[in-house]
Design a protein around this ligand. Sequence first.
Ligand code: ARG
Length: 470
Amino acid sequence: MAKDKAKGQQMWGGRFAAQPSDIMQSINASIDVDRRMVREDIAGSRAHADMLAEQGIITEADNQAIQTGLDQIVAEVQDGTFPYRVELEDIHMNVEARLKELIGEPAGRLHTARSRNDQVVTDFRLWTRGALTEAKRAIAGLQGALVKQAGAHADAVMPGFTHLQTAQPVTMGHHMLAYVEMLERDSSRLGDCAQRLNESPLGAAALAGTGFTIDRDMTAEALGFDRPMANSLDAVSARDFALEALAALSIAATHLSRLAEEIVLWSSAQFAFARLSDEWSTGSSIMPQKRNPDAAELIRAKASLIAGQYISLQGAVKALPLAYAKDLQDDKVLTFGAFDTFGLCVQAMTGMMQTITFNRETMRAAAAKGFSTATDLADYLVREMKMPFRDAHHVTGSLVVLAEKQGCDLPELSLSDMQSVEARLTNDVFSVLTVEASALSRQSYGGTSPIRVTEQVAQWTQRLGLESQS
Ligand code: ARG
């Protein structure tokens, strides 16, 4: 951008004799980022102008001209002809300058009793509110895909792990629903954030409020905010709403990443629990047999990008004295980026989970390995022989050692082997050693039994407004 081309275009240029250097312009301009808030900026200006007219601060005729000019700008934005100009720095000055070109003098009255400091954060709160709603909607879509899989595999037994060591049999339905629960809390956190941020900074002006008799309730209401913010210094400098959104997104992305990690494991040849559809697999340029879970791996990586965006914004804010400082301009690139990345990850995860197929036989066989029903045996000794659990644990441990020595699993031990450790055992013991019996028995509330899973699936189906699967 040649300097003379920009000459005289800076709205704040009154006291300056020389134009900013090109590099100054490059570091200072935010239009490439904040143009995404053009609709919010126009909405804020409409509300502000209506209020100024209502309060008699500008004339109704000026307001009419402003509103008509803004209509024209909306149309230009819509059809892609709105001129975004880097020499005009940011979206606020781009809109105002265009308005001036369209309607002339009344445009200059729009900025009465307002500053870019309250304007930008009004736009940003509106944008974030919308993005939070969209993120919640996307999460609900993913929950729907998980609930469907949970319904289809309510009784599919797989190994449940602790320390990635076989622990106890669980059902795939139960496993899917664990993520549905996590995502529900994620959605709830985003909702809390949307609720808390819904206060209007507009009218705080530069930092101290204004001497004009503005009506902040009126603009707050027009923009769908619950109330005006009570402290003008806080209003222009607070960014905890964005931090909260990024923190909540980061936690949600962490959950996506954990599921992604499981997809990577499950779709390996060694696990072979699941197969991603062709749409969600990629090939290798050298190894023809490969079906790589790239999307899952990228979700794992991107969860860290989002966490980094949170940390970056926290770093930008933590040492800022009140009120506004230009550091705060970089809040938007971080926040927009985090929402974009999160949205992409949720969509990819939804696509994967809609089309993933599970290998029930392999999962069942894996569940039967690693003495997975040892706890069931110990519980049996407690229940049937009235043994204290600690003793039962010990007896079962000895049986596991025996099976290990024989290179077999617990159900393959003979009754006499069993009796060599605990003489009172009968053939009845074998009934608790199958993986199906184990899973079926865990009917405590929140347990893995297909009975409980089916109930939960029914509740989630209703809660999410999904088509019933029966
Ligand atoms: N583009 C700026 C931002 O995003 C708008 C506020 C500028 N305010 C100022 N006092 N320079 O933060």
